[in-house]
Design a protein around this ligand. Structure first.
Ligand code: MEV
Length: 338
């Protein structure tokens, strides 16, 4: 039995624009998906998800998830989770050159599904790592990130960038530009997350931006403008010093850039009333800056605030279901037990 975990992430800057080759900077946060993989003597895959924000489910199948057994939880949740698990199993089998390997898989996650915190990437990364290790064929992190990306790409019909999977694999802050992915230095920024309890459909939201971009020049310019913000943000991060107190100026400037980035994402039509409400609550409570994170449409915002006041203000905001502080996860995927 092998147990691996991988972190979720927030986008400091650059979601959506990254799909069109602009740079993005996601940062891993200490909220993890944990996957246990136990090889079986047959080619079946049995998946038990004990905490995917709802009730959890157990599914057993062989030869793909096409003929899905009846399970007593909402179909979209199962569809989403099974698609990712299935793609992760395929990648692990290919990496270990064991096309008929079967597994008992258990998933536990404290990352809300589809909420912009990289839950599916964390499950895929931890799943491929646990399954290949359980077969005695561990792979290095670059290959793991690449296989996880291919799994997401497949499930999301080619609408995925490498950002979520690379960040979840490596931990810390990373820079993504097309296929070029690298860890970058970043101080432990005081992230506060607000979650509206909902989720956006990443595929639909990405398709919506693509449509807008091909119809209106302003949308094309907006994507380029997001890229400019990312580059300014990167330069600021490179100047950061480890002592948190010395970084006040940096937080002010990063926060301002986050505000700009949110406005541009709203112009691309991917914000939502609940996200805007949480962003404004965070700003009014003294956040250095706040923006939606991930595909948008619903889900989470991320704010910068070292004081605790934003978290309290968000928790009293109508439409905010959960608010929490999240520190930078300096470790990416890791083995919890083997
Ligand atoms: C979704 O978490 C972020 C998007 O940029 C899509 C992607 O990068 O795969 C909207």
């Amino acid at each position: 039995m092998t147990v691996c975990s991988a972190p979720g992430k927030v986008y400091l800057f650059g979601e959506h624009a990254v799909v069109y080759g602009e740079p993005a900077v996601p940062a891993a946060i200490e909220r993890r998906a944990t996957v246990t993989a136990e090889p079986r003597s047959d080619d079946h895959v049995r998946v038990e998800a004990t905490d995917l924000s709802l009730d959890g489910f157990t599914v057993e199948y062989s030869g793909g998830t096409g003929a899905r057994p009846d399970v007593d939880v909402p179909t979209p949740l199962v569809e989403a989770a099974m698609g990712y698990v299935d793609a992760a199993v395929r990648q692990a089998r290919a990496a270990a050159d064991s096309p008929n390997a079967g597994f008992d898989i258990t998933i536990e996650s404290d990352i809300p599904l589809g909420a912009g915190l990289g839950s599916s990437a964390a499950v895929v990364v931890a799943g491929i790592d646990a399954a290949t290790r359980a077969l005695g064929e561990p792979i290095d992190r670059r290959e793991l990130a690449d296989r996880a990306y291919r799994a997401e790409f497949e499930v999301q019909d080619g609408q995925a960038s490498r950002a979520d999977t690379f960040c979840s694999t490596m931990g810390g802050a990373v820079r993504i530009e097309g296929d070029d992915c690298n860890p970058i230095d970043a101080p432990n920024l005081p992230f506060v997350i607000g979650f509206d309890g909902g989720a956006g459909d990443t595929g639909e939201l990405v398709a919506g931006v693509r449509e807008l971009k091909s119809t209106y020049r302003f949308a094309d310019d907006t994507v380029t403008a997001i890229g400019d913000i990312v580059q300014t943000g990167e330069r600021l991060l490179a100047e950061a010093v480890p002592e948190a107190d010395a970084n006040r100026e940096l937080l002010v400037e990063l926060g301002e850039l986050m505000d700009f980035n949110h406005g541009l994402l709203a112009a691309l039509g991917v914000s939502a009333r609940s996200l805007d409400a949480m962003v404004w609550t965070a700003r009014e409570a003294g956040a250095y800056g706040a923006k939606l994170t991930g595909a948008g449409g619903g889900g989470c915002i991320v704010a910068l605030d070292p004081t605790g006041e934003v978290e309290v203000a968000l928790s009293y905001t109508q439409g905010c279901e959960d608010a929490f502080h999240a520190s930078l996860a300096t470790e990416g995927v890791r083995v919890e037990e083997s």
